[in-house]
Design a protein around this ligand. Structure first.
Ligand code: HMG
Length: 416
């Protein structure tokens, strides 16, 4: 192992930068790019910090949730995601917008015990609920100042050797990962002392079924008509696509990926942990043992109706929301005032995203709309400057196969 990387994290920023530049033999322009991107805020956010990696942020328009219009900032590198979310939002807005409700906002974690004595642990927890809750609440100085704190403990037998003691906590406006982990470790120590058991681990669960949001919305079938299909036909095809996501894991994964295109992009713009939301949504999609699409569409009279229930383990305050400078700006753009509202709006974006993707898939196919917008990034990835884009894009649109070679050929012609 090369020792120059030992204690890398203890070096100053400039020392780290120099080492990376020398190691990768970066040129002056690459060095400058790294240095110019660096910010004081981020140095303290992660370890071995090098630079800020910027992603594009855009705005979803037309979204209406519970009769209120919202503009939603989204951070994504993928062309057509924001256009699609705005498109789906517009269709849903025509049908009165999305109705949303937070079913609950509780965070759960587990203390896993290696024991065959499920009954003993279960009896102990039933008899000492109040004491266990006090242990959890006392482990964190300010928990009861901003939330109702620990709510309850339940015991599950995992198999003949493992038992999980599940702690449910109201974390207030925070996502609450650090908070609940502190509480769980306190409960774990207490159980070890009380029961003389081997604790395997104490950690929050990303299976966030205590933080569910339900969204629904409808579109009048007429609004879905295309040049070649009636609105009713398109609606029926969307229902069929939704059904396929219930019966086929191959399709369900893609169906849910489309939903997460919107959810993740908004979650990131609002300074939250998109990995936590991803794992929550995907595990929820597989909660009955089969992985399924998390949204479903049906026809009711002349309406196409979509419904989706997803976990949304996010926070409005705390964590990176406090540190990343754009988060408070994005919250202001969105106009959300608390975690419940934020959960509902983000889930609504997911439903809108899903509608736009399904409509594209069952009508023109995804490539027409997506590739049209993708052409810009294809052109730029192959060296087109911003000034050259207006000349290159119309030519690319004419081509049957607009690929890297085509961009380079067109650029050569243009620059002659
Ligand atoms: P269109 O039918 O040409 O749009 O759609 P339109 O001209 O009728 O415009 C309707 C609205 O869409 C507009 O209303 C805008 O809100 C929005 P307006 O503001 O004009 O009153 N819109 C745009 N917003 C921003 N920039 C634009 C833009 N164009 C329209 N350029 C569109 C074109 C691309 C929106 C449509 O084809 C679409 O929604 N396609 C779906 C694209 C998609 O889902 N992309 C995600 C990447 S593919 C993927 O990863 C997911 C997937 O695999 C998931 C799955 O399989 O389920 C597909």
């Amino acid at each position: 192992m090369n020792q120059q990387w030992d204690h890398f994290y203890k070096k100053t920023y400039q020392e780290r930068l120099q080492l990376i530049v020398a190691n990768a033999k970066l040129d002056a322009a690459q060095f400058q790019k790294l240095q110019a991107g660096a910010s004081g805020v981020s140095t303290n956010l992660i370890e071995n910090y090098l630079t800020d990696y910027a992603l594009p942020e855009g705005i979803v328009t037309n979204l209406v949730v519970n009769d209120q219009p919202y503009l939603v900032p989204m951070v994504t590198e993928e062309p057509s995601v924001i256009a699609a979310a705005s498109n789906g939002s517009k269709l849903l807005a025509d049908g009165k917008g999305v109705s949303a409700a937070v079913l609950d906002r509780l965070v759960t974690g587990q203390v896993v015990i290696k024991t065959s004595q499920f009954e003993k642990v279960n009896r102990f927890i039933q008899q000492h609920q109040a004491e266990a809750i006090e242990v959890a609440n006392k482990s964190h100085q300010r928990i009861l100042q901003y939330s109702r704190g620990a709510r309850e403990l339940a015991v599950r037998q995992l198999d003949s050797s493992f038992v999980s003691v599940d702690l449910t906590v109201d974390t207030g406006e925070a996502m609450g990962a650090n908070l609940i982990n502190t509480m769980l470790e306190a409960v774990a120590n207490w159980l070890r002392e009380q029961l003389h058991v081997e604790i395997t681990m104490a950690i929050l669960s990303n299976f966030a079924d205590g933080s569910l949001v339900r969204v629904s919305g409808c579109v009048n079938s007429d609004k879905l008509a295309t040049q070649t299909m009636t609105g009713r036909q398109v609606a029926q095809r969307i229902v069929d696509a939704s059904r396929v996501a219930q019966i086929d894991i191959h399709r369900a994964a893609t169906h849910n990926k489309g939903i997460m295109n919107g959810i993740d992009a908004a979650v990131i713009a609002l300074g939250n942990d998109s990995r936590a939301v991803e794992s929550a949504v995907h595990s929820f999609a597989a909660r009955d043992g089969s992985y399924r699409g998390v949204s479903q569409w049906r026809i009711d009279h002349d309406q196409l109706v979509g419904e989706m229930t997803v976990p949304m383990p996010i926070g409005f305050l705390g964590g990176a929301t406090k540190v990343l400078p754009l988060v408070s700006v994005n919250q202001a753009i969105m106009g959300v005032k608390n975690v419940h509202e934020e959960m509902m709006v983000i889930a609504a974006v997911g439903l809108a995203q899903n509608l736009a993707a399904l409509k594209a898939l069952v009508t023109d196919g995804i490539q027409r709309g997506h590739m049209n917008l993708q052409l810009k990034s294809l052109a730029m990835a192959n060296g087109t400057t911003e000034a050259e884009l207006p000349k290159i894009l119309p030519q690319l649109r004419q081509l049957k196969q607009p690929d890297s070679l085509a961009v380079k050929r067109l650029l050569n012609q243009l620059r002659k």
